[in-house]
Design a protein around this ligand. Structure first.
Ligand code: ADP
Length: 441
């Protein structure tokens, strides 16, 4: 037998990335395919043909399989997809409409119906939740659909897993209760037929085997185990290597998003604090409106690079900014009218730039403190991802503000996190999975 490797695929709405890792976590191969842009409708809709995902998945897996040396033997595969992306299918997994992407906001009226019955801490709130989309689609003449599936659920089914299988992370926005580990009773009040909801597994659980014909077509073993995946953001978290209570991951993208491993779930809906289940641990998180977009509004990328080298992170400006692009914040301050605080404006641009970095770091500190106050474990270390993670002056400044060690992230690609899930229960053999499937049928 060859050297075992585990495959992870991150399927987003702009492309698909696949990685193979070995038992030690070393990347042994990778591939990437771009996807055509989604279609926007003039009433706030965003949709994409699921067939495009499927073609991208096949292409990226084929590219990966071709790139792997023959001595490597793929053992298992996991997928992550964009959370809140929903598709209704018939009994055989045949799509009944173009998939609704996470940013589709057409289900506003349905969100109000959900708000009337769902507890505040449910992940199903808001017009972009998968549940709001499900209710909206059912009202568009699709009430007869057999399965409500997320992006990665549908792709896993096409690869060979039974139809109607999902994971505890994707299912959160469809209303799944991760504390009770069940679909809640209140879904009945919204007339959601229970058999339309997927069967939910812990991420990393073997759920099927790669279809034999596909295996031959792709050049992959037909004994390849398919395991339950997760959402793109949880996969990106897993990829960083954070996994002990108190491990934080800060995403420094256009916006600032914090995640913290906790031994307890925490919820503070008024601040948008929610928790994903991660096996026996929890992943508490919140997202602020501050972030790199504010930097970009005032500085070019070249200036960001130049001023970052020029500032002294040990000499704070003390300007106490709260950088926002427009008024309004949810986390760590719940105030829909919170004004940006970007004054007084110093004479030189370098000092202004440093004050913005300090302001974002202060919001980061307050955010981790809020997660702790809500009941999560105290912050012990921080890993950084996103566009701002490369900025070493900022990392130094943030370490000083946060007062904890800054750890390097193992990997920045969500696909790596999916591959880690594929490796998680590699001891379960194909034979055991088939036996369990037969018992359950
Ligand atoms: P997203 O996917 O959220 O749009 P990215 O993770 O690609 O964002 O990060 C983009 C952001 O990163 C931009 O808003 C930019 O301001 C910020 N950024 C890029 N390079 C740097 C840098 N060297 N220092 C600080 N911020 C940076």
């Amino acid at each position: 037998a060859g050297i075992p490797v585990y495959l992870g695929v991150d399927v987003g709405t702009s492309g698909a990335r696949a990685l193979a890792i070995d038992t030690a976590g070393t990347v042994r191969g990778s591939a990437h395919i771009a996807l055509p842009a989604p279609t926007c409708t003039d009433n706030g809709g965003q949709q994409q043909a699921p067939e495009l995902w499927w073609r991208a998945l096949l292409a990226v897996l084929r590219q990966l399989a071709d790139a792997l040396p023959p001595a490597l033997e793929p053992k298992a595969l996991a997928l992550d997809g964009t959370s809140g992306t929903l598709l209704l299918t018939d009994r055989n997994g045949y799509p009944l409409h173009p998939a609704l992407l996470y940013a589709d906001r057409r289900a506003a009226a349905q969100a109000r119906r959900i708000a009337a019955v769902a507890p505040a801490q449910s992940g199903a709130h808001g017009a972009t939740s998968a549940l709001a989309k499900l209710l909206w689609l059912r009202e568009q003449g699709l009430a007869h659909a057999a399965h409500a599936l997320h992006q990665s659920d549908w792709l896993l089914g096409r690869l060979g897993a039974p139809w109607g299988v999902s994971d505890e992370n994707n299912a959160l926005k469809l209303g799944y209760d991760p504390v009770a580990r069940a679909w809640p009773q209140w879904l009945g009040e919204l007339d959601v037929p229970p058999d339309m909801l997927p069967q939910v597994y812990e991420p990393g659980t073997p759920v099927g085997l790669l279809n034999g014909e596909l295996a031959a077509h792709l050049g992959l073993p037909d004994s390849l185990t398919l395991v339950a995946g997760t959402t793109d953001s949880v996969a990106a978290f897993i990829a960083t290597g954070a996994r002990t209570p108190g491990d934080g991951v800060t995403s420094l993208g256009s916006t600032l998003a914090l995640k913290l491993v906790s031994s307890r779930p925490v919820f503070a809906p008024e601040m948008g604090i929610y928790s994903h289940r991660l096996g026996h641990l929890w992943l508490a998180g919140g997202a602020s409106n501050t972030g790199g977009a504010v930097l970009r509004a005032h500085f070019s990328d070249a200036e960001i690079a130049r001023f970052s080298l020029a500032i002294d992170p040990h000499a704070p400006t003390g300007l106490d900014y709260y950088p926002l692009s427009r008024p309004g914040e949810r986390f760590p301050v719940a105030d829909p009218d919170l004004p940006p605080r970007l004054t007084p404006r110093p004479a030189d641009r370098k000092t202004f730039f440093q004050a913005l970095l300090e302001g974002i770091a202060a919001v980061e500190k307050l955010g981790y403190a809020r997660l702790g106050e809500a009941g999560a474990d105290t912050l012990q270390s921080v890993r950084s991802v996103g566009g701002g993670a490369v900025n070493t002056a900022w990392t130094t400044l943030r370490a000083h503000t946060l007062g904890v060690p800054m750890s390097p992230a193992t990997h920045s690609a969500a696909a790596y996190g999916a591959a880690v899930l594929a490796r998680q229960r590699s001891d379960e053999t194909a034979h055991q999975i088939l036996e369990r499937d037969n018992r359950e049928q």
